[in-house]
Design a protein around this ligand. Structure first.
Ligand SMILES: *[C@@H]1O[C@H](CO)[C@@H](O)[C@H](O)[C@H]1NC(C)=O
Ligand SMILES: *[C@@H]1O[C@H](CO)[C@@H](O)[C@H](O)[C@H]1NC(C)=O
Ligand SMILES: *[C@@H]1O[C@H](CO)[C@@H](O)[C@H](O)[C@H]1NC(C)=O
Ligand SMILES: *[C@@H]1O[C@H](CO)[C@@H](O)[C@H](O)[C@H]1NC(C)=O
Ligand SMILES: *[C@@H]1O[C@H](CO)[C@@H](O)[C@H](O)[C@H]1NC(C)=O
Ligand SMILES: *[C@@H]1O[C@H](CO)[C@@H](O)[C@H](O)[C@H]1NC(C)=O
Ligand SMILES: *[C@@H]1O[C@H](CO)[C@@H](O)[C@H](O)[C@H]1NC(C)=O
Ligand SMILES: *[C@@H]1O[C@H](CO)[C@@H](O)[C@H](O)[C@H]1NC(C)=O
Length: 462
């Protein structure tokens, strides 16, 4: 999932908190030999994890490929819509774990600059193209199958890249909640403040009264933190909000405050219906539940507590340091590297005029942090768009590309929404749909109880 918020202040010691990656997949995952570097001449290989569901496949039928993303624990096909589609279409459903995530590790150098030398877009795309070639040559009747790439969030961006840059392999692509705009660690990036503007609007549109109460709750929390004098005050705060550890100093306290703001943002982004399979442990509809609790709350603490406890639902305590990457199944270290290089999405600041206290986007600090941690600098957003063919002009000409965004997901503000409602002047021109009450990439999920009807419409149209 695209996780924006306190990324760079969060600790980078994410470990696999869910056991071995792919363990829960059925049929079982396997591994195949992949080149460590498709670009140089090195013959080094690593084991890359994949999964195949072939029970619905009719020889000659299509291949639906789910591109792995930034998950610590690889997303199994049965948690996705792919098997449902495979059944309808007589298709082969396959997925490949992303290099450097889960169990698919090309190397484990202690030096991060060295470790991630081969973590670039071209290698990621070539991994998928080679995997598909291998599948086509080994699965009976798949030799001439057309291939549709799919993916959610960062992997939705990747599925778009596969279609745009490797059309010889990928006949079409579906991207769920794919960030494609607003890249670049630069003051000239016009999307720098879009994220919290979108979050704020989502609350205001759902309930002006709740939005106003949230605004006051955060100001009150901020004031009370400013007034804290002793460690006893901080202990009391930690105990009231069930924090996993007690903040030690002013910068910890501001990290906690950011987590609170982030929780309001994640509770819209991740506001899925009941039991969304890709993030178990939640009861669903956090946005609606948070608004309801806010409306009936009689103190600001109740509102803050409601937002935190909804985000950390299923955990025993509120991990404001996100030490274990618990709330999104993201493997932070390689993902952060990607956000520092070819998907340069800036940790968002907060503009004036939202329900959250404004603060600048600390661009210089973010660039310094990429340099410090990985020894690299983010790439230029405009150049990337052109190099990898996803500028507005490119997508205007793109074919067999279908993008969806959730209407209560702030990622929509990083979407290629300029395509929305346009009439393509070429056959099979790219299209965009917004699912009004959907959370982040919710429509990529396997059907589940409580799922909203719009996704069924999407399913038929796709
Ligand atoms: C890590 O590797 C990079 C690239 O090879 C090198 O420039 C850097 O000095 C190394 N860092 C450390 C701490 O050894
Ligand atoms: C795939 O296409 C090639 C070239 O048209 C053809 O020779 C081959 O028989 C086809 N394979 C299958 C399994 O249909
Ligand atoms: C604040 O405390 C944390 C431990 O919770 C520590 O890692 C950090 O370095 C401290 N920061 C400052 C500015 O003292
Ligand atoms: C929120 O409150 C409304 C109005 O009382 C109710 O219809 C709705 O079911 C509640 N939503 C949730 C998720 O509790
Ligand atoms: C915070 O919310 C949780 C979940 O609703 C609840 O169990 C807990 O009692 C609340 N804590 C306080 C101090 O209100
Ligand atoms: C992180 O995970 C480890 C191992 O499962 C656990 O012992 C630790 O308590 C977790 N930390 C937090 C803050 O949840
Ligand atoms: C908010 O407005 C104040 C006063 O005009 C200005 O100084 C500040 O830079 C603005 N903050 C942001 C994040 O735009
Ligand atoms: C889009 O298509 C038109 C007409 O074929 C072509 O002139 C133009 O160069 C294309 N633009 C891009 C960015 O591919």
């Amino acid at each position: 999932m695209l996780f924006l918020g306190s990324i760079l202040v969060a600790s980078l010691f994410s470990t696999c908190a869910f056991g071995r990656s792919g363990d829960n997949c059925s049929p079982a995952t396997k591994t195949f030999k992949q080149k460590v570097d498709h670009i140089g001449d090195s013959r080094e290989v690593f084991q890359q994890q994949y999964q195949v569901i072939d029970e619905y496949f009719h020889p000659g039928g299509p291949i639906i490929f789910y591109q792995g993303g930034e998950a610590t624990d690889m997303i199994c096909l049965h948690d996705l819509i792919l098997p449902t589609w495979a059944k309808d279409l007589g298709a082969l459903a396959i997925t490949l774990e992303h290099r450097f995530f889960g169990d698919s590790k090309p190397n484990n150098h202690a030096n991060l600059t060295k470790r991630y030398e081969t973590l670039n877009l071209e290698n990621v795309m070539q991994d998928s193209a080679h995997f598909i070639k291998w599948i086509k040559s080994t699965v009976n009747g798949a030799e001439n199958s057309t291939v549709i790439a799919t993916g959610g969030s960062y992997a939705g961006y990747l599925s778009t890249m596969l279609r745009q840059n490797h059309p010889e392999t990928f006949h079409g692509a579906i991207g769920w909640s794919a960030p494609l705009r607003g890249f670049g660690y630069s003051k000239s990036n016009s999307h720098l403040y879009d994220w919290y503007r979108a979050v704020s609007n989502i609350y205001r549109e759902h309930s002006a009264e709740a939005a106003q109460k949230i605004k006051h709750a955060i100001i009150s929390l901020q004031d009370s933190i400013k007034k804290m004098k002793s460690s006893n005050d901080i202990e009391a705060l930690a105990s009231r909000y069930n924090l996993c550890s007690t903040p030690q100093n002013a910068s910890d306290l501001s990290a906690f405050l950011e987590t609170v703001e982030d929780s309001f943002s994640q509770n819209t982004q991740l506001s899925w219906g009941a039991n969304a399979p890709i993030l178990p442990g939640r009861k669903g509809f956090p946005l609606q539940r948070l608004i309801n609790t806010t409306l009936s709350a009689s103190s600001y603490q109740e509102i803050v507590n409601a937002s935190l406890s909804l985000l950390f639902e299923g955990n025993r305590c509120v991990d404001w340091t996100d030490t274990n990457g618990t709330y999104v199944n993201n493997e932070l270290l390689p993902y952060q590297y990607i956000l520092c290089t070819y998907v340069p999405i800036v940790n968002p600041g907060i503009p004036n005029g939202t329900i959250f206290p404004a603060h600048e986007t600390p661009i210089d600090e973010l660039i310094a942090s990429c340099q410090q941690t990985y020894g690299i600098s983010p790439e230029d957003g405009k150049l990337l768009e052109e190099k990898h063919h996803y500028s507005a002009a490119d997508l205007n000409n793109a074919t067999r590309l279908f993008l969806t965004y959730g209407g209560i997901d702030p990622v929509m503000s990083y979407g290629a929404v300029e395509l929305l409602g346009r009439v393509a002047n070429i056959p099979n021109g790219a299209g965009v749909a917004i699912l009004s009450q959907a959370g982040h990439a919710e429509d990529m999920s396997a059907p589940y109880p409580g799922q909203r009807k719009a996704f069924e419409i999407c399913r038929i149209r796709s």
